[in-house]
Design a protein around this ligand. Sequence first.
Ligand code: SF4
Ligand code: SF4
Ligand code: FES
Length: 234
Amino acid sequence: MKITVKIKRQNSPDSAPFYQTIHRECDKETSVATLIREINAENISDIEGKPVEEISWECSCLQKKCGACAMRINGIPRLACDTKIAELKSKSVTLEPLKKFPVVRDLIVDRSVMRKNLLAIHNWLESEASQSEKNVDLAYDASRCIQCGCCLEVCPNFTAGESFFGAAAFVPASRILSQLPKGKKYDLVKEYGKHIYSGCGKSLSCHNICPVGIDIEHKLSNSNAVAVWKRFFK
Ligand code: SF4
Ligand code: SF4
Ligand code: FES
């Protein structure tokens, strides 16, 4: 099929962004990741006849396992390696970097704030995990978070560098909260209240956005129950 691809380009963090548009033939089963790789492998020109310089983007696994290729595809945060052209139901494909993070170049953004936030809430185990039939499913599901940032992109309350840390923090926190032995939750519970519970508007814009299919609301209600209401997870 013939498609129009519009890419938001930016040469450096401080330079002005611009859009570059190209026409391409591609198979509808092609993934966005493959589309970018094909464009980068060829010497092509845009619709104005200007050369399309190599598009900077990130990828590692190409299997929905690393989160590196997250970007806005037709306005929705998704993984390029897991998005086929056919799914877009459009002959126009617009590729933009995630908007909640500083742009490094083209489609690459600096998501280091997510790691800093996990460190700030003390999201780690200092002793052996307390594992039982009650928490194993929740812990496993939460451990699938690939820190892609798609949930933060749609969250009206998240701004990088501010005090609310969003689902990319409370999903991993729900795992640690469910596994911390009794009497060892103090630091995480304290930081949870400050950086997650008090800032979340419960709008649930993050519903169904996770590309790996984590049930974010389930993790939110469980981590709130454990950290704020001192109840058990379920
Ligand atoms: S419920 Fe709303 S405010 Fe809370 S993390 Fe999800 S999108 Fe953000
Ligand atoms: S919860 Fe899902 S959308 Fe959010 S960072 Fe983790 S994998 Fe990405
Ligand atoms: S390249 Fe790893 S999730 Fe897409």
